[in-house]
Design a protein around this ligand. Structure first.
Ligand code: KIV
Length: 273
């Protein structure tokens, strides 16, 4: 095998081996530039279907298409070199069964070059996970609050408030684990339930709005950078880019309006002549 063909990225087995040891650092990325900036800090970059809400102004991930995931997946692969890149299979692209899931997942792997896909653990999806894994496609499962089901749930609702719901989430996690998922994203569940899942499954758990006890954590990058005018309760804002962008755009606009912006424009004209 040529040197170029060797994979220098973090691998699926390396992530699996982190269960109960070093915490796994994950963030979402949708563009090459952001992937380049995050790559050195993260073990996993997730091209999540949250791209629909974050980048395209959609109300939920339900409107996200396979073409959108391919476009953003390719961009993140171009921008990163080290992190393991996972691409979400969008709503409606895998739920009909193992063949449907394989057709979509293999296309995502081929066209983007990513190393794994993520699927939400709706009923029956475990069978598809096992089909994909046994045919060479690593899968991350997503349990608890599943945004692709937000229309059934009446919004983005935390899961596990009742004993029956706890059992359901635990059963989802067990099924995904038994099917061979290499990691399980646990979203929007009480910390004791997330801890029980982490203690029960063999795969490392990656929490979001779940528990410190998970084997790793993920956040939507734009949330932690403070790009929105509100922040989910479980997110710490590590920056306030909304204010930074507002101040920069306002200074630029004032410079243009007052004519105090000639230096760089002049230099460009001189270079061309
Ligand atoms: O699509 C996404 O970004 C997710 C988040 C929960 C991390 O799955």
């Amino acid at each position: 095998m040529s040197k170029q063909a060797q994979n220098s990225r973090i691998t699926v087995p390396q992530i699996r081996a982190r269960k109960g040891t070093d915490k796994i650092v994950c963030l979402t990325a949708y563009t090459a530039r952001m992937a380049e900036l995050l790559d050195v800090h993260c073990d996993i970059l997730l091209v999540g279907d949250s791209v629909g809400m974050v980048m395209h102004g959609l109300p939920s991930p339900v409107g996200v298409t396979l073409d959108m995931m391919l476009l953003h997946g390719k961009a993140v692969m171009r921008g990163s070199r080290r992190a393991l890149v996972i691409v979400d299979l969008p709503f409606g692209s895998y739920e009909r069964g193992p063949d449907h899931a394989f057709r979509t997942a293999s296309k995502v792997m081929r066209k983007t070059g990513c190393q794994a896909v993520k699927v939400e653990a709706a009923e029956g999806v475990a069978e598809s996970i096992s089909f994909l894994v046994s045919r060479g496609i690593p899968v991350m499962g997503h349990v608890g609050l599943r945004p692709q089901s937000s229309n059934v749930d009446g919004g983005f609702k935390a899961k596990g408030r009742t004993a029956a719901e706890r059992e359901l989430v635990l059963a989802e996690a067990r099924a995904v684990d038994a099917a061979g998922a290499f990691a399980i994203l646990v979203e929007g569940v009480a910390s004791d339930l997330a801890d029980e899942i982490t203690a029960t499954v063999k795969a490392p758990t990656i929490g979001i709005g779940a528990s410190q006890g998970c084997d790793g954590q993920i956040l939507v990058t734009d949330d932690l950078l403070g790009l929105f005018d509100w922040t989910p309760k479980f997110v710490r804002r590590y920056a306030d880019l909304r204010s930074t962008i507002d101040a920069a755009a306002s200074t630029y606009a004032a410079d243009v309006r007052t004519g105090s912006f000639p230096a760089e424009a002049e230099l460009y004209r001189l270079k061309k002549s």
